[in-house]
Design a protein around this ligand. Structure first.
Ligand SMILES: [Zn+2]
Length: 168
């Protein structure tokens, strides 16, 4: 991560904003949104944030369009919990951040721009700008999101193969 990446120049963001819920479109594989999905299970998905605060910023979300953590089934909660721990392992190995912010924003006033419930996993690095500036929308990225996607997809696939071998 030794160069600055001009996020606004990404061609995938130059189109018009799609109608409808962006995470439902991602889930359905709609051509209207770029797929930044790096891993999925029967009930949940892991995607890079289209508007990342930091390199490796992931979203874990249920496939079902839930709006509130209290709507999640026990199975969805357990799945999202397991996936969030897996994401930390993957990011530790691909990005080696110094820390993480992990959490849900519920409601527009809390900063949730998408009402489809999603868990943010935000890697934190030494010498970066503060979380207040990050959340205010400053977009200083040091890695192309498509490169991040390539790295993380490969790591998740390796982890899945290792888990399958361990079960065999
Ligand atoms: Zn949705």
């Amino acid at each position: 991560m030794d160069y600055f990446f001009n996020f606004d120049k990404l061609d995938y963001l130059t189109g018009k904003k799609p109608d409808g819920c962006i995470l439902c479109l991602v889930r359905d594989g709609s051509g209207e949104v770029p797929s930044l999905v790096v891993h999925e299970t029967a009930s949940s998905m892991v995607s890079l944030n289209l508007y990342p605060y930091n390199p490796g910023h992931l979203l874990v979300f249920p496939r079902r369009h839930a709006r509130d953590v209290r709507e999640l089934t026990a199975e969805e909660r357990a799945d999202i919990d397991a996936l969030s721990r897996l994401c930390l392992d993957m990011l530790d190995s691909t990005h080696g951040p110094a820390g993480y912010n992990i959490g849900y924003n519920m409601g527009l006033v809390a900063g949730a721009s998408i009402d489809h419930l999603h868990l943010h996993i935000i890697p934190r690095y030494p010498r970066e700008i503060g979380i207040a500036e990050l959340l205010a929308g400053s977009r200083v990225l040091v890695q192309n999101p498509l490169e991040t996607r390539r790295l993380l997809r490969a790591r998740f696939a390796e982890a899945a193969e290792a888990a399958a071998r361990a079960q065999a």
